[in-house]
Design a binder for this molecule. Structure first.
Ligand SMILES: *[C@@H]1O[C@H](CO)[C@@H](O)[C@H](O)[C@H]1NC(C)=O
Length: 175
C-alpha cells in the first residue's frame, strides 16, 4: 500500500462515518472504574445522553456488577424486586436504546447504599438534541466553502481514484 493511500483511506472512512459519530457516543461511566468512590449523580449531571449512546462500565468482575433496575429499586437498593437486567463481565457496554430514564446499581452488599448507583435521562436525539442538561458538544466545523470544508470529499474522491488506478495497474501488470 502506498503511504498516501494509507493516510487518506482512514480519513476518508472517518469523514464518511462522521454523521454516525455525532449521533452516538460511548461514555465510560464515572470517567473511570465503576466503584464505590465516585459521585455518579454529579457525573450524570454533566452529561446529556441521547438514544444510541453507550454506557461502558469497567470494574473487577469479582468485586462489582451492574444491575439495571426500576426507579424504586434504585432508591431502595433492595433487589428482591425491580431488577430488569444483570451484567457481570467487568466490561459491560450497555446501549441506551430508548429515550427514557435508566437506573443502574451495583448489587454487591452495601455498594448501592454506599452510592454505587447511576440514574440517567436519555433524550431522543432529534432536533431538540442533547437538550437542556448542558451545552451541546461542539464539533469544530470550518466555515462552508473554505478549503478545509471542501477537503474531506476531495480526499474521498482522490482515494477512490487511487483505488481505481491501483486496480487497473494490478490488472495490467499481473493478470
Ligand atoms: C431525569 O428527569 C426527571 C424528570 O424530569 C428528573 O426529576 C430527574 O432528576 C432527572 N434525572 C437525572 C439523573 O437527570
Amino acid at each position: 500500500m502506498s503511504p498516501s493511500l494509507q493516510l487518506v483511506a482512514p480519513s476518508c472512512l472517518l469523514f464518511l462515518s462522521l454523521p454516525l459519530l455525532l449521533r452516538a457516543a460511548d461514555y465510560t461511566v464515572g470517567d473511570g472504574p465503576w466503584d464505590t468512590g465516585t459521585n455518579y449523580a454529579a457525573w450524570a449531571d454533566n452529561h446529556a445522553f441521547v438514544a444510541g449512546d453507550v454506557l461502558v462500565f469497567q470494574y473487577v468482575k469479582s468485586q462489582h456488577n451492574v444491575f439495571e433496575v426500576t426507579e424504586g429499586t434504585y432508591r431502595s437498593c433492595d433487589t428482591a424486586a425491580g431488577v430488569l437486567k444483570g451484567y457481570t463481565t467487568g466490561f459491560d457496554r450497555i446501549e441506551l436504546t430508548e429515550a427514557r430514564s435508566y437506573w443502574f446499581i451495583c448489587d454487591y452488599p452495601g455498594h448501592c447504599v454506599g452510592g454505587m448507583k447511576l440514574a440517567v435521562n436519555v433524550s431522543d436525539g432529534g432536533s431538540a438534541g442533547r437538550g437542556d442538561a448542558g451545552p451541546p458538544p461542539s464539533v469544530p466545523m470550518p466555515p462552508p466553502g473554505s478549503a478545509a470544508a471542501a477537503s474531506p470529499p476531495g480526499s474521498c474522491r482522490s482515494w477512490a481514484a487511487w483505488a481505481l488506478t491501483l486496480s487497473v495497474f494490478v490488472v495490467v501488470n499481473y493478470m
